[in-house]
Design a protein. Structure first.
Length: 307
């Protein structure tokens, strides 16, 4: 039976996932908590709050004396300790070199940096946590390291450009957060039911509107979500999926225009959401992309080899 070699923490804004990871990067045991970085106290009380959250979740793991590595918002300005971003282009060695340690129960917990890049126009972009998932994906499928476009759907979707095993740059799309805000807290929400209903045809219609008429502008097409409902063209139960398709369609329109044309696409993350993106890509007449699960644990294991 495999034995644990690493305690890995995937510590995001809203949740904490702690994992016992073996020498092959496989998760042997996992625990979860809602104590994300955004829910814990900032300022002087911050470090104590983060340590207490870890005590509550895995105090019994401390006697194991294993190396500890954490990725995500735990290393942000509002985290346990701020870890400066590493600059693109970057690889596993660059990320590991930027890790900083905090004490926990007599052990050193190393917090990984995020990544920073600039667009051709000089606009900065940032990620924290997704870089570890990306490295895990390249470990699971090494052939993607030669040249690929890795898409990580989520609250803040990332489109990463990989060449020769390194991350050259990336672009963030606020798709998931925009959907949540518009779905619950905008004028569009007034026509939508409180519960979600699956309507694949409405989702496809939203994707096609973005693909075929995206030049109308996202803000104009977003208002049409309301008018389609008011005019009886779409039922209220169909509006959430139409909105989702519209937002994802605009993300794909921009992401595909910016990617290297010959770079294979791969989707990494929560399976249901990746499948949703895959169905949208099919409406752009693209071959089915490769789908990989959340690979943060494997990425933490790979980075631990360089720390």
């Amino acid at each position: 039976m495999s034995k644990a070699e690493l305690i890995g923490l995937d510590w995001g804004s809203t949740s904490l996932r702690a994992m016992l990871i073996d020498a092959r990067g496989q998760v042997l045991s996992e625990r979860r908590s809602a104590q994300g970085a955004s829910t814990l106290a900032g300022g002087p009380a911050g470090p104590a709050a983060f340590a207490a959250a870890l005590d509550e979740l895995i105090a019994d793991w401390a006697p194991l004396g294993l190396p500890m590595l954490a990725c995500g918002m735990v290393g942000s300005q509002h985290g346990w300790r701020e870890v400066p971003y590493a600059d693109c282009p970057a690889d596993a060695q660059a990320l590991a070199a930027g890790a900083l340690a905090v004490p926990w129960r007599g052990h050193a917990l190393r917090l990984l940096p995020g990544l920073r890049c600039e667009s051709a126009a000089g606009v900065p972009d940032l990620m924290r946590g997704e870089e570890t998932q990306l490295l895990g994906a390249l470990t699971l499928a090494p052939e993607l390291g030669a040249r690929s476009c890795v898409v990580m759907p989520g609250t803040h979707s990332k489109w990463a450009r990989v060449v020769d095993g390194g991350l050259l740059g990336f672009a963030t799309h606020l798709t998931g957060e925009l959907y949540a805000l518009l779905r619950r807290h905008s004028v569009l929400a007034r026509l939508m039911p409180s519960e979600d209903f699956s309507d694949p045809s409405a989702f496809a219609a939203g994707v096609r509107a973005a693909r075929e008429r995206g030049e109308e502008g996202l803000s104009h097409q977003l208002f049409a979500v309301r008018t389609l409902g008011l005019g009886g063209h779409l039922a209220g139960s169909a509006l959430p999926d139409y909105l989702s398709g519209l937002l994802i369609g605009h993300e794909l329109r921009a992401g595909l225009a910016a990617r290297d044309a010959d770079a294979p696409l791969v989707l990494v993350g929560e399976p249901a959401l990746c499948q949703r993106y895959a169905s949208a890509l099919a409406l752009f007449d693209l071959a089915a992309p490769r789908l990989l699960p959340n690979t943060a644990a494997l990425g933490l294991w790979r980075l631990s080899q360089s720390c």
